[in-house]
Design a protein around this ligand. Structure first.
Ligand SMILES: [Fe+2]
Length: 246
């Protein structure tokens, strides 16, 4: 498998366009999306139209914002800005995209030796930040590589044969050759709303044959995304935070 791995697109079509254009010439056969296609941003249909029609095998799962925007959940657990955007999204989805969102697979999704989830494999809404937490997940799930999202931070945790867990934040572009003796928990970061003080869009490429994961950060037209958020009348904070990556 040679897969594009994305998460937390959050209705940011400019960022997704930049990712697609950067990876167009790569020989990829699959796309993995770890949820939160929509929410926060103002271009849900543009993002979903692209994601529904990407070439290759598609392994997509639902995120918590997709759950609220598709009407499965009322969003009462969301903060004001997140809920406002989710409800706005609900009212602006095309029929085909509304159905696509509502029918997204609920994680975890197993594919060969991969496990895909949004928050953690046992809770779509759980934030996975620490080595201790990663150790619990490694204990409960035997997959060789677990991809997750939700925190909007590119991170790689590993566990060796002796049960030692190590976590590393990924800064900028990075290539990691996976050790066959270890298992991994990997977050590709967020395409549409990075939160590690780097406003560049984040994604990864996974090559199962080579046992390699490559992380990327790329520029996109942040101002265009901000303009679309303003034009939609969504809370200003949702536009402002994109410029600082928070
Ligand atoms: Fe998210």
């Amino acid at each position: 498998m040679r897969a594009l791995v994305v998460s937390d697109l959050h209705s940011n079509a400019e960022a997704l366009r930049a990712v697609v254009s950067k990876t167009r010439r790569k020989r990829l056969d699959s796309v993995i999306c770890l949820g939160d296609f929509v929410g926060y941003g103002a271009e849900p249909n543009q993002v979903l139209d692209v994601m529904r029609t990407l070439r290759g095998a598609r392994y997509y799962i639902r995120g918590n914002h997709d759950r609220v925007a598709s009407g499965i959940d009322d969003g009462s657990s969301f903060n004001h800005a997140a809920r406002a955007a989710a409800l706005w999204t609900r009212n602006h989805l095309s029929a085909v995209n509304r159905r696509f969102l509502a029918e997204l697979t609920v994680g975890p999704l197993q594919h060969e030796d991969l496990l895909l989830c949004h928050g953690s494999p046992y809770d779509e809404d759980e934030y996975l930040f620490t080595e201790h937490h990663a150790g619990l997940v490694f204990k409960l799930f035997a997959a060789r590589v677990i991809f997750y999202g939700h925190t909007h931070l590119p991170v790689l945790f590993s566990i060796d044969e002796r049960g030692r867990v190590e976590g590393a934040s990924i800064r900028g572009d990075a290539t990691v050759d996976l050790d066959p003796a270890k298992r991994y928990l990997i977050n590709p970061g967020s395409v549409g709303q990075p939160r590690d003080r780097n406003p560049q869009s984040s994604f990864a490429l996974y090559d199962s044959g080579r046992g390699r994961i490559k992380f990327f950060r790329i520029d996109y037209d942040i101002e265009a995304t901000q303009r679309s958020i303003h034009a939609a009348g969504l809370p200003r904070i949702l536009a402002d935070r994109l410029a600082i990556g928070s």
